[in-house]
Design a protein around this ligand. Structure first.
Ligand code: HEM
Length: 298
């Protein structure tokens, strides 16, 4: 661990510099990238190490990596947006009167949200590029994506922690979340009935925990994979965990963006100016609306 913490910034910096400045200055910009591993051959190298030892994760990792991981990611990035396109065409966008608006998110909430969200999106996109690296021709493009993947992770991590402590109280499970799941948040009907939800509905709470705690697991397993700083089977286990949490993150990120930009007219505004319309709150977050009404905040 100490080795990772001391080497991380230098490893990253040196590999980026190596790509841009190596010509004629080898001794100054010694390229530390192990081309026998990174790019197309990375998975090959991990897959074949120790195969046949029979007692490690070699077999299951090879099987999952060869047959499932990239196919599942491909299915996710195709099927999930298609499902939301169908939802948009059949159920349509939710519209509310934009009468009185109520401050729901503070400036601090908005700043932390975007400082976490933007690098997080870079991490997700570059992660998918690495997953399909061999289909995208590998080489410098995939290595660059790998370095951006690590760099964006370093930016996301501190803001992910701030986001966790900022919203953990609002994301704690409540009884009405069960009712929310039973009606899928009312998103499968056009009726504008009051939905049992707090400041965050049950779906938003799941996204919060996957983005923050799941994100922490991704940073942890990703750091070991990036620096190959663990025994082979541990690396394989971390790769399996990294991929499985990766499935949930990509599915819920697409869902979050659909809900925040397309499913509810004007929802995006709440993460730009912090305000939500009174009718939208009263219907989509009816329990929270009752709470703030009792407090005289409406
Ligand atoms: C283009 C991308 C994004 C947009 C447009 C967006 C927009 C929003 C909006 C409008 C809200 C307020 C409540 C809501 O409508 O859900 C929100 C909340 C939130 N966002 Fe994002 N966001 C984006 C990306 C992200 C990313 C990458 C993360 C992960 C770190 C994230 C984490 C959260 C969390 C945890 C909440 C509170 C719970 C929730 O409402 O789902 N967002 N976002």
């Amino acid at each position: 661990m100490k080795k990772i913490l001391t080497l991380a910034p230098w490893g990253l910096l040196s590999s980026l510099l190596a790509q841009t400045h190596s010509v004629g200055n080898e001794e100054l910009y010694r390229d530390t990238t192990n081309y026998d591993i990174y790019g197309i051959k990375q998975i090959e190298a991990i897959r074949t190490w120790g195969l046949g030892d029979g007692n490690g994760l070699g077999e299951i990792f090879t099987f999952l990596q060869a047959h499932y991981f990239s196919s599942i990611f491909l299915a996710i990035v195709i099927v999930v947006p298609l499902l939301f396109l169908m939802h948009y065409m059949i159920i349509g966008q939710r519209k509310f009167q934009h009468g009185k608006s109520i401050k729901v998110f503070s400036t601090y909430n908005i700043i932390v949200h975007w400082c976490a969200a933007i690098p997080f999106i870079f991490v997700c996109i570059t992660g998918l590029i690495m997953m399909f690296g061999d289909k995208l021709g590998g080489g410098a493009f995939v290595r660059f994506a790998r370095d951006i993947h690590a760099l964006a992770t370093c930016v996301f991590a501190p803001f992910g922690i701030l986001m966790f402590f900022m919203w953990v109280k609002d994301a704690l499970p409540r009884l009405h979340d069960i009712r929310w799941f039973m009606i899928m948040g009312g998103y499968l009907s056009k009726a504008n009935n009051a939905i049992p939800a707090g400041k965050f509905n049950a779906g938003q709470k799941v996204w919060f925990w996957v983005a923050t705690v799941g994100g922490a697991f991704m940073v942890f397993t990703g750091a070991f994979l990036f620096f190959q700083a663990a025994p082979l089977d541990t690396l394989r286990l971390y790769a399996i965990i990294h991929n499985i949490i990766g499935f949930a993150i990509i599915i819920l990120l697409i869902t979050h963006i659909y809900m925040a930009v397309f499913a509810i007219e004007g929802a995006l505004g709440s993460m730009l100016n912090g305000n939500m319309g009174e009718e939208e709150l009263a219907i989509l977050h009816s329990c929270y609306y009752e709470e703030i009404k009792k407090l005289g905040k409406v």
